[in-house]
Design a protein around this ligand. Structure first.
Ligand SMILES: C[S@@+](CC[C@H](N)C(=O)[O-])C[C@H]1O[C@@H](n2cnc3c(N)ncnc32)[C@H](O)[C@@H]1O
Length: 345
């Protein structure tokens, strides 16, 4: 399908879907239709000084958000779908993201949260314990699309899993490669290029899960990327889930107008990144546009986490992202930083 024409001149008969999505679109909103919003910007590929800061900030197992929230969810979901592969036609809703966090509730409640530490560091290092918690994880094959400096693949490989990483940033790819093992093969193109030119050769490592952790928001054209992933999966009979995180706009840009899509700027590691911020309902429509079913979706309601962790995450937001206590107070209802999704073709 080509670009959908913008604004009021679009015919509601011809483009009912686009019209439905753009019923209310104040001046500051960014058009949502395929290609229109995205052609003005490029992929947010991490380079230069920022890439160096990113590598440092990620540390051994990822930054504090990843060690406390993302990694336990990835492990749980990867383990789950090895033990319970998707069945054809079964696209019923599940509650895995919440279960994943219940599984580490005690660890999260008892962790110490200090800015210099990574919560659950010991937990990540304890392969024996992780094997007991996630007995099928070692059989998982995760394609980590936009893998950054490779923390996730390294950690999963230490649990016996295989993790194919795709990362177009030169410094991040170089860092990930320097630390890679035979069970963490890495590829340097964008996701689109990888799927076009390399992915078929990787089918010896047929994936049991694909992950897109904080990647889609930074892609030049996430619609195109989702389309390519979907058609690659269909052509190659890959019937597996994707674990996706998208930015929660209320966390990163608290106080945005109530549009489904906004231009925003996110401050990460002292650098401002221009972003197109889509709210979760807009992402849900985007996934549906590209023939993905949503199996599970969940914001992180910070108020339901152990109070120390809630405070810690909001402090990170205050100190590193928003710089303004008043704006942090706007994060409602105390949610973020990521919205978690499990989708499947
Ligand atoms: C916020 S980082 C997340 C990295 C990693 N997934 C993580 O959780 O730390 C986003 C990453 O996506 C990469 N990226 C941006 N556009 C991309 C594209 N079109 N294909 C693949 N990776 C891309 C960036 O270079 C960056 O490493």
């Amino acid at each position: 399908m080509g670009d959908i024409p913008a604004g009021p001149e679009a015919s509601p008969k011809r483009w009912p879907f686009a019209m439905r999505r753009n019923l209310v679109r104040p001046q500051s909103a960014v058009p949502t239709r395929r290609g229109a919003a995205t052609s003005r910007r490029s992929d947010d590929i991490f380079e230069g000084e920022f890439a160096a800061r990113w590598i440092k900030g990620m540390g051994t197992y990822g930054d504090p958000i990843r060690t406390s929230l993302v990694n336990p969810i990835v492990a749980f979901v990867a383990d789950h779908f090895v033990a319970n592969p998707l069945r054809p036609q079964d696209r019923s809703p599940r509650n895995l993201i919440q279960q994943a966090l219940y599984k580490v509730a005690d660890e999260l409640a008892n962790a110490t949260y200090r800015p210099q530490d990574r919560p659950l560091h010991q937990w990540h290092a304890d392969a024996e314990r992780l094997a007991a918690l996630y007995p099928h994880l070692k059989k998982s094959v995760v394609w980590d699309l936009g893998c950054g400096e490779g923390y996730l693949g390294r950690w999963l490989a230490a649990q016996g899993a295989t993790c194919v990483g795709v990362e177009p940033s030169k410094p991040l790819f170089t860092h990930a490669s320097a630390k890679a093992t035979p069970t963490t093969p890495l590829f340097p193109p964008t996701i689109d290029e990888f799927l076009k030119h390399h992915a078929r050769q990787c089918l010896d490592w047929k994936p049991t899960l694909m992950t897109l952790i904080a990647v889609l928001d930074g892609c030049r054209d996430p619609d195109r990327t989702l389309d390519q992933i979907n058609s690659f999966m269909r052509k190659n009979l890959i019937d597996i889930p994707l674990l996706v995180t998208t930015f929660d706009p209320d966390f990163f840009c608290a106080g945005l107008p109530k549009n489904p899509v906004n231009s925003g700027s996110i401050r990460i590691f002292e650098t401002d990144h221009p972003f197109t911020m889509r709210d979760p309902a807009e992402w849900e429509l985007t996934f549906a546009d590209h023939n993905f079913h949503v199996l599970d979706q969940r914001p992180i309601h910070l108020d339901t986490l152990p109070p120390n962790l809630t405070r810690y995450v909001l402090d990170l937001c205050r100190d590193q992202i928003l710089f303004n206590a008043d704006t942090v107070d706007l994060i409602a209802p105390r949610q973020g930083p990521f919205y978690f999704w499990i989708i499947a073709p």
